[in-house]
Write a protein that binds this ligand. Structure first.
Ligand code: 5GP
Length: 194
């Protein structure tokens, strides 16, 4: 998506450790028009799928997830991050290693909101190594729902997560794909997939 690529070039800030900060439009302050354009583009890409639920992970997936859900006219469901393991058996749980915080946490989704009748599109702001998506995919699989695919705002392809998922046959559509990122020179290059 040209619009998103241009915005990353204009306002994105590259930090050590392969971190891209996009606080002015995606992760702190949200540019609603840009998020809406992402929602519309994902709706076009998945127009052949009868999506019944958008699934994301708190907190940074919720903004973009809401805008995507609006285009699909379906609920947005977000996995909660939990420090305590829920043993009641009324939730699906999975473990996720955090890219940004370098720790492992449990994610939980209530069994009330995901069932074998659902056709799920997973949405997130970033895709790096794929840990967050793998946790969400695990939860979709536990629920017996069908996974239509994943829709990502920014994929950092050089960290490999997206291509590993594609190699497994999972559909991944990313609105901007970064092939290289250089912190010292503050440069990055975009690529494509499919
Ligand atoms: P992964 O699990 O694919 O390694 O990383 C994806 C998750 O980590 C996303 O949910 C996102 O919140 C966070 N993340 C990964 N890389 C970046 C980055 O460069 N910038 C920001 N702001 N978040 C990132």
């Amino acid at each position: 998506m040209k619009l998103l690529e241009e915005r990353i070039l204009k306002d994105g800030k590259i930090f050590e450790g392969n971190v891209l900060k996009v606080d002015s439009f995606l992760n702190h302050q949200l540019d609603i028009n840009l998020l809406s354009a992402i929602g519309e583009e994902l709706k076009n890409k998945y127009s052949d799928c009868d999506i019944t639920k958008i699934l994301t992970i708190e907190a940074s997936g919720i903004g973009v997830g809401c805008m995507v859900a609006q285009f699909f006219n379906c609920p947005l469901l977000f996995a909660k991050k939990s420090k305590t393991i829920n043993i009641k058996g009324d939730v699906y749980t999975s473990k996720v290693e955090s890219f940004t915080h370098k720790c492992t946490y449990d994610i939980i989704v209530s069994k009330d909101f995901l069932s074998p009748d659902d056709n799920v599109l997973i949405v997130d702001d970033f895709l790096a190594k794929g840990n967050a998506l793998n946790g969400l995919i695990d939860i979709v699989n536990q629920s017996g729902a069908h996974l239509a695919g994943c829709g990502i705002a920014i994929e950092k392809a050089f960290q490999g997560g997206g291509d590993k998922l594609r190699a497994k046959g999972i559909r991944v559509e990313s609105m901007a794909i970064i092939e290289n990122m250089d912190c010292e020179n503050s440069t990055l290059t975009f690529g494509t997939r499919n």
